[in-house]
Design a protein around this ligand. Sequence first.
Ligand SMILES: C[S@@+](CC[C@H](N)C(=O)[O-])C[C@H]1O[C@@H](n2cnc3c(N)ncnc32)[C@H](O)[C@@H]1O
Length: 195
Amino acid sequence: MRDFVCLAHEVPLDGAASLDDLPGAGRLDLLARFVTSALLTSHGVREDTAAHLVVRDQFTVRVDGATVRNLRPDERSTAARLRDALDARDGAIGHQEAEPSPGVHVGRFDLAATLDRLDGPLVQCHEAGTPLPEESVPEDPTFVLSDHRDFTDAEADLLAERADARVSVGPERLHADQTVTVAHNWLDTGGYRTY
Ligand SMILES: C[S@@+](CC[C@H](N)C(=O)[O-])C[C@H]1O[C@@H](n2cnc3c(N)ncnc32)[C@H](O)[C@@H]1O
């Protein structure tokens, strides 16, 4: 199992997210690309992978590759699924998630609670981390990334406390979705060994 967690700092929770202005909706364009990069291949879905968006450290939208249906590669339809999930957040009660569409869940989990629910080694993706080739390839990892903003101090402190590794995927500062693609490739190839 692979889990990818993205910290979404600016997505509106008041219904103001417009599908005609995804960048203006807290970079919903980037977050939709993060989800499709985590879950989609050219003609398939990575059933062993889940994508988690921690929104404003209040709610987490979880898209499960094993059960999601009709996830398409275009940003707009994926953004609509994410926006609809957030709109359904009142259906999440206590630790019970709501599932507004197949495989798309929303729960009342901040970053700490989301990480509590995930097993496996925790890997923070950070531009200043250890180069991937210097790390051993983890089993069932959880990668944590930030959106277009830096990790907040509280997030950085939590990850410094809990993360098993902090890795750099390359010398360039990438978008979160691009970073996911590199991380998948590292795992797919067993550390750039098997093609
Ligand atoms: C666009 S970057 C964040 C923006 C950047 N911190 C800033 O404020 O200029 C999105 C995220 O992708 C991940 N990321 C980007 N480049 C990376 C790299 N070279 N190695 C590892 N992670 C990277 C990090 O998690 C980062 O927070």
